[in-house]
Design a protein around this ligand. Structure first.
Ligand SMILES: C[S@@+](CC[C@H](N)C(=O)[O-])C[C@H]1O[C@@H](n2cnc3c(N)ncnc32)[C@H](O)[C@@H]1O
Length: 325
């Protein structure tokens, strides 16, 4: 079946404007939050009021908050207790603001999702919406000398945590294998025909391009999900037919550094948004699956359709760190 492609106009306003007073102040410290309009668009497109939505790596709970405001019910897991607590605070705020859906968050490794989701809800979720960690650190926030009183720009809130077991801190092979396990849990939680929406971005580490979108495609297929759409969710606004970029300070700095070193990079202003479906027929869903680790690159031989070994490419040989999230 052909994969549909489309562009989601998800940033007509900036992230802070979208969050407004719907999120607690503690939310700002998370380094890689989903844009609320991306979550809301996916929820409106793939679900109906009253449906169940899951996010196995829910961070501060953006997907859950948007779900309950749209009258859906939601369940999330998050590895870090700090972020799980912020997600619960955000859901409590949503309830005070009149959200009609109900949601819960469990602090656990998402590889155990089904052990925490009530058994009667297995196989009933209409939508999984999530994003895996984008490398060990993300943009965070910057303070100038004038703001901090200290010399130079100070970067804060750019890490998910310091726990080496957080999937943000493992190798890309390990992340891919673990994410496959998480998606297998999600496939069992989804109802037949239910959708999974996964937002990702590529990143670079020491010159190596980590093509996370292709890796996620491989992981989802290995988990028995069918790819149905590949979309661009804009992080840039559109004014009079032109894109209005909203790059972070570090995105700009990293791209400028790379260009000075002769690497022709561009600022990324979208999330790669991959949409999958749980097969309806038993015949497909019960087919033997590759195990999680099989999606890894072993000897350089392609083992997963289109993707194996293509998620890494060394496009910069300077050994310098160009982190382009
Ligand atoms: C890209 S962030 C998700 C952000 C979220 N969409 C939001 O808007 O807040 C990925 C999250 O996965 C969490 N994480 C990492 N390893 C995990 C695991 N094994 N199980 C569950 N969550 C995990 C990280 O702590 C991080 O909060």
């Amino acid at each position: 079946m052909p994969i549909r492609e489309s562009v989601w106009n998800t940033a007509p306003t900036s992230a802070p404007a979208q969050r407004g007073d719907r999120y607690t102040t503690g939310s700002a410290a998370h380094p890689a939050k989903m844009l609320p309009a991306i979550a809301a668009h996916a929820i409106r497109t793939y679900t109906q009021p009253g449906d169940l939505i899951l996010d196995p790596m829910c961070g501060i709970g953006t997907t859950l908050v948007e779900a309950v405001h749209l009258g859906r019910h939601a369940f999330g897991t998050e590895y870090e207790s700090k972020w799980a607590n912020v997600a619960r605070a955000n859901l409590a705020l949503a309830a005070r603001q009149g959200a009609t859906g109900h949601a819960a968050v469990t602090c656990t490794d998402a590889r155990h999702l089904l052990a925490h989701l009530p058994e009667q809800q297995h196989g009933t979720a209409a939508l999984v919406i999530t994003s895996p960690p984008y490398g060990p650190s993300a943009h965070g926030q910057v303070r100038s000398t004038r703001e901090s009183g200290k010399r130079g720009v100070i970067k804060t809130h750019y890490r998910y945590s310091h726990d080496p077991a957080n999937l943000a801190h493992v190798s890309s092979d390990h992340l891919l294998a673990a994410f496959t396990e998480i998606l297998i849990q999600c496939r069992h939680a989804l109802r037949p025909g239910g959708h999974a929406v996964i937002t990702t971005r590529p990143w670079r580490t020491r010159g190596e391009l980590i093509d996370l979108p292709s890796a996620v495609l491989a992981a989802a297929q290995a988990a028995g999900l069918i790819p149905v759409e590949r979309c661009v969710a804009l992080l840039a606004g559109i004014r009079e037919g032109r894109l209005i970029a909203r790059p972070s300070f570090f995105q700009m700095k990293n791209v400028r550094d790379a260009r000075r070193a002769g690497v022709p990079l561009a600022v990324i202003q979208h999330e790669d948004t991959l949409v999958f479906r749980r097969p309806v027929t038993r015949a497909y869903s019960e087919r033997p699956k590759r195990r999680a680790g099989d999606a890894r690159c072993a000897t350089g031989t392609a083992r997963t359709p289109d993707t194996a070994c293509t998620f890494r490419s060394r496009t910069c040989t300077t050994g310098r760190h160009h982190d382009l999230r």
